[in-house]
Design a protein around this ligand. Structure first.
Ligand SMILES: [Cu+2]
Length: 485
């Protein structure tokens, strides 16, 4: 059994400042003394747009083996990266622009790029269809129009449980013309990684246990580092764009001494901000969070993640989290000497969902698992035998996702965006466009969509081990689908 690494690598969870923590290191100098982790100013650099045309953002993206340091001081010899960066480059574009990506697969096996959350044509979706495969050493040009403003991400849709663990993920910002612009904006990939405690290399897959329970890591990462430190200004407004890229971990987030306001979900901006004490993001989910920083120069304020139990509390399954049962820091914000000013959050509210709940239910998906036999199912079968669901395009339609298992499953649908109407019969507190949402143990979630993007789309659990084990299927959205098929 792997022992928790967090005690070795990350600051103790005592609250307050942790200036002497071994987590605040980037490696060792010749004397063996830890070097301080650098503190970067809040911000990011977007990928260079290589296409001179106004309406087109052109990106070159290549995935390949790449050694990187997750913050332990030891390079991961089996690491992977897009363009030699973990996370991959931030792709930034305006709503309505075309994104053209010249993709090269430098891995030794077939792969794809999936544009998680974007409503793209299905042949550009990178899901498991023969026409989508990019062979080892091959290239493919992904090209599509950006229909939705918000925060999205990209990752392979083959060998996902191995490739995402090793660093293959990147961020996408699609800007709305009326969205709030702040000086301090940070897109952050939240992740965990399971390292062997002796070698500090990626631990091997434990096929029996982890496939069913999900692979939980023993080091938490923010943009690929366990020791990420960002300088902010007291009084200034930060927009934090968060995506959970972990294989199986739900992050239950708080920000020390700060008030978080959710201003966007998976598919864009909310009509109004929603103040929250904590924010739970399952694998694949995103949120845009506004914070007006409160603190004095030198204060170190940590983004903390509390234990989130994947199994129902009454479940017979004992669940082991290598991060322990408490809270752990994900990254640290440091208040700088200079003060900032707040930015009013005027949200572009022209594009929020408003289904009535009267939409006819086209299908109820039933998620289940058979722990004794190591099987996860949707509608009683595992991929590729899950029966396809066929629905009419451009008709407001509801679906129910029912969970008959004792475990949470983050359910992801490709190609279309959805509004969560109810979780166990209760409307959600945060009501925005979603493509990935938690289905609680023995619970059910009702969703609705305009189904305005016809095509052949995957749905699956975003616990990557569950998707690999067969918790996945297809739904077909098309004209004339309601009769004759
Ligand atoms: Cu699952």
């Amino acid at each position: 059994m792997l022992l928790p690494l967090f005690a070795l690598l990350l600051p103790a969870c005592t609250g307050g400042k942790t200036p002497d923590s071994p987590g605040d290191t980037v490696g060792n100098d010749d004397t063996g003394e830890p070097l301080p982790s650098p503190t970067e100013r809040c911000g990011y650099t977007a990928a260079t747009d290589l296409d001179p045309a106004d309406g087109v953002v052109g990106i070159e993206l290549s995935q390949a083996p790449f050694e990187w340091d997750p913050g332990t001081g030891t390079m991961l010899t089996e690491g992977l990266a897009y363009n030699g960066e973990v996370p991959g480059p931030v792709i930034e574009a305006e709503l309505g622009q075309t994104l053209r990506t010249e993709f090269t697969n430098g891995l030794a096996y077939d792969s794809t790029v999936h544009w998680h959350g974007l409503r793209v044509p299905d042949e550009m979706d990178g899901a498991i269809r023969m026409m989508d495969m990019v062979p080892a050493g091959g290239s493919f040009t992904y090209e599509f129009m950006l229909k939705d403003a918000g925060f999205y991400w990209y990752h392979p849709h083959m060998a996902t449980e191995q490739d995402l663990e090793r660093g293959l993920y990147g961020r996408i910002i699609v800007r709305h013309p009326d969205e709030p612009r702040v000086d301090c904006e940070l897109p952050v990939v939240l992740d965990d990684i399971l390292l062997d405690e002796d070698t500090l290399q990626v631990a091997p897959q434990d096929t029996d246990h982890m496939q069913l329970m999900g692979r939980l890591g023993n080091v938490l990462l923010a943009n690929g580092r366990s020791d990420r430190r960002i300088e902010v200004k007291a009084g200034e407004t930060m927009l934090l764009r968060l995506v959970n890229a972990a294989n199986a971990r739900y992050f239950d987030l708080t920000l020390e001494g700060q008030r978080m306001r959710v201003v966007g979900t998976d598919g864009g901006w909310l009509a109004e901000e929603v103040p929250v004490d904590n924010l739970v993001l399952g694998p694949g989910e995103r949120a845009i969070v506004a914070v007006d920083w409160v603190g004095a120069p030198g204060d170190e304020l940590r983004l903390m993640s509390a234990r989130f139990q994947l199994h129902d509390e009454d479940a017979h399954m004992s669940e082991y989290d290598p991060m322990g049962n408490g809270e752990n820091p994900v990254m640290t914000f440091v208040i700088g000497d200079e003060a900032g000013t707040p930015t009013p959050m005027t949200l572009p509210s022209d594009d929020v969902p408003a289904f009535t709940g009267e939409e006819p239910v086209a299908h109820t998906w039933v998620l289940d698992e058979d722990m004794m036999n190591g099987i996860v199912t949707i509608d009683g079968a595992s991929y590729p035998d899950v029966p396809p669901v066929i629905v009419e395009a451009n008709v407001p339609t509801a679906f129910v996702v029912q969970n008959d298992s004792e475990m949470h499953h983050p359910f992801h649908l490709h190609g279309n965006r959805f509004q969560v109407l109810a979780v166990n019969g209760v409307p959600p507190e945060i009501d925005g466009w979603k493509d990935t949402f938690d289905i609680p143990p023995f619970g059910s979630v009702e969703i609705a969509s305009a189904l305005d993007n016809p095509g052949e789309w995957m749905f699956h659990c975003h616990i990557l081990e569950h998707a690999e084990l067969g918790m996945a299927g297809f739904f077909m959205v098309g004209e004339g689908m309601d009769d004759g098929m």
